[in-house]
Design a protein around this ligand. Structure first.
Ligand SMILES: Nc1ncnc2c1ncn2[C@@H]1O[C@H](COP(=O)(O)OP(=O)(O)OP(=O)(O)O)[C@@H](O)[C@H]1O
Ligand code: SF4
Ligand SMILES: [Mg+2]
Length: 354
């Protein structure tokens, strides 16, 4: 079977049988009130606390926030890959109409290999150092498709061309250590493309790379999402990177979504004090003011989550009620914001700022 025929067959099968698009479902992924906890020495620490968002077919969502915000745990949670002592402690993850929290490990393995691919910061988390690139790609394909080795190799070559690996025929016979970091990440993207997934979850895919290579990889991911109609969840601490790729952005803080909106709205009209702080802290904004801004203080650790808003200690806009009442994510202006000031208090103006 030629690559083109295979791809056509795959595309038709994929759209008609698996996507759910034809059944009138527009959302590819609906994460509803997802919580992920870790059981440690008798205590339960909640790392992701009631996260909700939807993602349409072909849509690109960025998840941003400082270290420890719960971005990766959210990504792993969606794939049911949170390792013990972590576990999904609440919520649902509807993907193409199926609740991933209810699937068996075997069913989940099939979804992970076929419909959702994950790209990590370190390509070696995906690549096996003792196997050639070709064997890894062929093995991956044959695990999910009933095809011959020759057919699998042909598809692997096609994907390597898509990610602009020069001399792919020669490269298939090489081992991961024979590639540069940027090339290794391209190969990981090619592996992710093998089964034409509907969703890619990329967790800091360029953080370990040189700045110039980072931009190339991001551009490649963006092009591929558009040409292959793949949805993307891009997890990064870098608001500048995410704004170039994502159509919507979820800003996470201490395990919760602080603000969710279109990229345009988050970048040009941020509402949540934390989002405003992240934007102020961007180096390009520092250049304008002549100094680098840092949000004062640090994110509370999981053991010391305050009773109210987790951003309370660092927030210039805090009110008395912020101390003991958790702000819910509410629809506001163009997006969703979890902040008492933005959601309620600005309206009545009766509160005392601390
Ligand atoms: N295996 C684990 N056991 C206990 N706590 C964990 C574990 N993995 C993550 N956590 C905690 O969960 C919280 C969220 O972690 P997560 O890795 O999702 O953060 P992140 O936003 O991806 O940060 P970074 O930008 O550093 O990657 C952190 O407080 C972290 O310490
Ligand atoms: S709820 Fe209060 S403390 Fe939290 S971000 Fe809004 S104003 Fe600041
Ligand atoms: Mg992370």
């Amino acid at each position: 079977m030629a690559v083109e025929e295979y791809m056509t067959e795959q595309s038709v099968d994929k759209r008609a049988e698996e996507s759910g698009e034809e059944m009138g479902q527009s959302a590819l992924l609906k994460v509803d009130n997802l919580s992920v906890a870790f059981k440690l020495r008798g205590t339960t620490l909640t790392a992701v606390d009631g996260v909700s968002f939807t993602l349409d077919y072909g849509q690109r969502l960025g998840i941003v926030g400082e270290s420890g915000a719960g971005k990766s745990v959210t990504g792993f949670g969606i794939l049911n890959l949170v390792s013990k002592p972590g576990y999904i402690s609440g919520g649902s993850i509807l993907f193409e109409g199926r609740d991933l929290t209810k699937l068996s490990e075997e069913e989940m393995r099939d979804i992970r290999g076929n419909r959702i691919a994950m790209i990590f910061q370190d390509p070696m988390m995906t690549l096996n150092p003792v196997l050639t690139i070709g064997s890894q790609m062929v093995e991956t394909l044959k695990a999910h498709r009933n095809i011959s080795t020759a057919e699998a190799e042909e598809i692997a070559l096609d994907k390597l061309r898509k990610v602009a690996i020069p001399s792919p025929e020669k490269r298939l016979k090489q081992y991961p250590h024979e590639f540069s970091g940027g090339m290794r990440q391209r190969i990981v993207i090619a592996i992710a493309l093998l089964t034409s997934p509907a969703l890619i979850i990329a967790d800091e895919p360029t953080t370990a790379l040189d700045v110039t290579i980072q931009a190339d990889i991001m551009e490649l991911l963006l092009e591929l999402c558009e040409s292959e109609n793949m949805a993307l969840i891009l997890i990064t601490h870098d608001l500048a990177v995410v704004s170039q790729v994502a159509e919507r952005i979820a800003v996470m803080y201490a395990g919760r979504i602080a603000e969710l909106g279109t990229t345009e709205q988050i970048i040009n009209d941020p509402q949540h004090p934390y989002t405003k702080g992240l934007l102020q802290a961007l180096p390009q904004n520092a250049a304008r003011r002549g100094r680098l801004y840092q949000i004062p203080g640090s994110m509370p650790n999981l053991k010391e989550r305050p009773a109210g808003c987790s951003f309370y200690e660092r927030c210039d806009d805090r009110l008395e009620k912020c101390e003991d009442k958790i702000p819910e994510l509410q629809e506001q202006n163009a997006g969703h914001i979890a902040c008492h000031v933005v959601n309620d208090d600005k309206k009545d103006g009766n509160n005392t700022a601390l």
